[in-house]
Ligand binder design. Structure first.
Ligand code: NAP
Length: 247
């Protein structure tokens, strides 16, 4: 609830499946009205909005390619018109294709930076003008940045940029009572993780954390709910590595 006693409004980018969908479900359960952003998976986003609405929550599926500044501006306008002014922004949309740096095409480099970095930049810039004071921003990094894994050079570089945005933007929003943090998941059982991996590779990743399993989208949704909720009010400019203990 905000100071007027109304439900708070959250935008979750890339919420049609995977971690973003789990975050949207969790925030709706916590009483947020949730904007479910997607770029192309309209059926999944609509189904999630219907699921949340039929459970008594408020949700809206909003199409916007986060790498396109005009789309992002229109997404905020639509959400403001249909749900209200935004309190929480979760920058979850992201892509990964593992590839040795030497084999990476210009197109793959551009696509990864456009969605992971420019996408986060676009929503942060829009949020600076539009987010309610007292709001929360949660960005998405990845534990692979710290692991320095071969094949992840481009992806890790995009997440390094997101971590830099997080730490600097937290300071730039001084005086607004808005926190900016990032969560850096380890391997999570989603399409992004499974795509292109052999059973053997999946097993290797599952054994990496001392907790000896893959993370589930809900493991990250609860971290995001913490960062978006009242208990994290004094946590700002931090990268929370939620990865079952991989180091
Ligand atoms: P996922 O299952 O592939 O889902 C990605 C979501 O992003 C989808 O809803 C997709 O919707 C959306 N999306 C992609 N491009 C978009 C764009 N240009 N504009 C708007 N939405 C877009 O991925 P995930 O595993 O849940 O990953 C979520 C985040 O966690 C990413 O930032 C990822 O880097 C990070 N992460 C994941 C893991 C992991 O192991 N899974 C680990 C560390 C960090 P459309 O189909 O409509 O495009």
């Amino acid at each position: 609830m905000n100071t007027n006693g109304n439900a708070q409004i959250a935008i979750v980018t890339g919420a049609s499946r995977g971690i973003g969908a789990a975050v949207a479900r969790r925030l709706a359960k916590e009483g947020f009205a949730v904007a479910i952003n997607y770029a192309s998976s309209s059926a999944e986003a609509d189904a999630l909005a219907a699921e949340i609405t039929s459970a008594g929550g408020r949700a809206l599926a909003v199409k916007a390619d986060v790498s396109n500044a005009g789309d992002v501006r229109r997404m905020f306008e639509t959400v403001e018109q249909q749900l209200g002014k935004v309190d929480v922004l979760v920058n979850n949309a992201g892509v990964l294709k593992t590839m040795p740096l030497a084999d990476t095409s210009d197109a793959l480099y551009d696509q990864t930076f456009d969605i992971n970095v420019r996408g986060t930049f676009n929503t942060l810039r829009e949020a600076a003008a539009r987010l309610n004071n007292g709001g929360r921003i949660v960005n998405f990094s990845s534990t692979v940045l710290a692991l320095k894994l071969p094949g992840y050079a481009i992806y890790s570089a995009t997440k390094a940029a997101v971590e830099a945005f997080t730490q600097v933007f937290a300071k730039e929003l001084r005086g607004r009572n808005i926190t900016v943090n990032a969560v850096a998941p380890g391997p999570i059982a989603t399409a992004l993780f499974f795509d292109g991996k052999t059973e053997e590779q999946i097993e290797t990743f599952a054994k990496m954390p001392p907790l000896q399993r893959l993370g589930q989208p809900d493991d990250i949704a609860s971290v995001v709910a913490f960062l978006a909720g009242p208990d994290a009010g004094w946590v700002n400019g931090q990268i929370l590595r939620a990865n079952g203990g991989i180091a």
